[in-house]
Design a protein around this ligand. Structure first.
Ligand code: FAD
Length: 339
């Protein structure tokens, strides 16, 4: 393999039922930065059926080129079909960087593609940059239980591959004209290429609110004390039109569902306001929320690590502070309605 033959930045544009996943637009923004720095094209690989109409959205968010890989066998994700078409395209066109969103699909596809291409993959990256000297991709991710950040390079093999968790990068704001080159590709896929049959797609019965989308998060930790006390957080969230989330300690105690966990093994969030109630601010928790625009911490201990990242720190018992906060918000609201 000649490294020099590999050129261009690719992202995997993941769609489900014809809708692009937000993480694809987030990695497109980072891909744009890298492509501009390298002076190369940014390409989005978009497998599916009847999906070429999504190209405009990808162009609008930074793609120069969209490879719409259309086939009935790509309508729903299967490891075999997606791996085959993606690997064939990479082998033919040789991108030097390939970024994939770390969704359930991306976490399945990325390692499979990397293994077949005999290259490396750094999973769950929180930072991507170019080495100023070599232009190698610097892929940063938490290591050793999140206690340190490791920057990994893939020196010998191409493409340099990484997966990035949803919410780590911001979606670029309408940066482009929405124009680019759309290539429609009909892959050579046969039934025998795919070893799984999708018999039925069952959706979760319980509607889960995506905390990654929330503008205001009221988050509870071990300091909340018990499941029943979470009602206080729901009351505060109701007043603020927010959503309740939690630390891993709260999730492990069964006080809130895992879907609402913030942090390294939960979700990465960046709301406008993050209210941490009875959360100490362990590094694994901070990894998921420290990019929030404004952080309010309510904690009994002045020296809790969360206080270091907080824009406003309230030292006190949350069971006393939150009811007072709710009362104050109600008072302000009633003043606004009487004015
Ligand atoms: P604690 O650390 O016990 O903190 C409780 C806080 O509440 C204290 O600061 C205390 O002063 C305060 N408090 C107590 N009572 C009150 C009160 N009445 N009023 C106000 N304050 C009060 N953690 C995550 O959150 N998310 C993750 O994704 C995650 N992933 C992890 C991955 C790995 C590999 C590992 C090893 C750990 C991970 N953790 C994660 C766990 C993490 O290390 C911490 O254990 C966890 O975040 C602690 O949760 P906590 O802050 O709620 O509890």
């Amino acid at each position: 393999m000649e490294k020099e033959e590999y050129k261009g930045v690719w992202i995997f544009a993941e769609q489900r039922e014809g809708a692009l996943q937000k993480v694809s637009l987030q990695i497109l923004g980072k891909g744009r930065e890298l492509a501009d720095e390298l002076g190369v094209e940014l390409t989005a690989v978009l497998p599916g059926e009847g999906i070429k109409g999504l190209a405009g959205e990808l162009f609008a968010h930074g793609a120069d080129r969209v490879l719409a890989v259309e086939h009935a066998f790509l309508k729903n994700y299967t490891t075999d079909a997606y791996t085959k078409v993606v690997c064939e395209l990479v082998n033919e066109r040789k991108p030097e960087i390939f970024i994939i969103g770390a969704t359930n699909i991306g976490r399945d596809l990325g390692p499979r593609v990397a293994a077949r291409l005999e290259t490396g993959l750094t999973a769950d990256c929180t930072g991507l940059a170019l080495c100023p000297d070599t232009a190698n991709l610097l892929m940063t991710r938490p290591a050793f239980g999140g206690n340190l950040m490791a920057t990994i390079i893939c020196q010998e093999h191409r493409p340099q591959m990484s997966t990035v968790r949803p919410g780590v990068f911001e979606i670029p704001q309408g940066c482009r004209t929405g124009k680019g080159i759309l290539e429609e590709i009909i892959p050579d896929l046969m039934p025998e290429d795919i070893r799984t049959d999708i018999v039925e797609i069952a959706k979760a019965a319980k509607q889960v609110v995506d905390i990654g989308e929330a503008k205001i998060l009221v988050s509870g930790g071990r300091g909340v004390g018990c499941k029943e006390n979470f009602s206080l957080l729901y009351d505060l969230a109701d007043e603020l039109n927010g959503v309740v989330s939690g630390s891993r300690a709260a999730v492990d105690a069964g006080w809130i569902d895992k879907a609402y966990q913030v942090g390294q093994t939960g979700k990465t969030v960046r709301p406008q306001v993050y209210i941490a109630c009875g959360i100490s601010g362990a590094i694994q928790h901070l990894a998921g929320m420290q990019e929030s625009d404004y952080i309010i911490a309510i904690n009994k201990q002045i020296d809790a690590p969360i206080m270091q990242v907080a824009n406003s720190a309230v030292v006190g018992d949350m069971h006393k502070v939150i009811p007072e906060l709710i009362a104050k918000i109600k008072e302000i609201k009633s003043m606004e309605t009487t004015c």
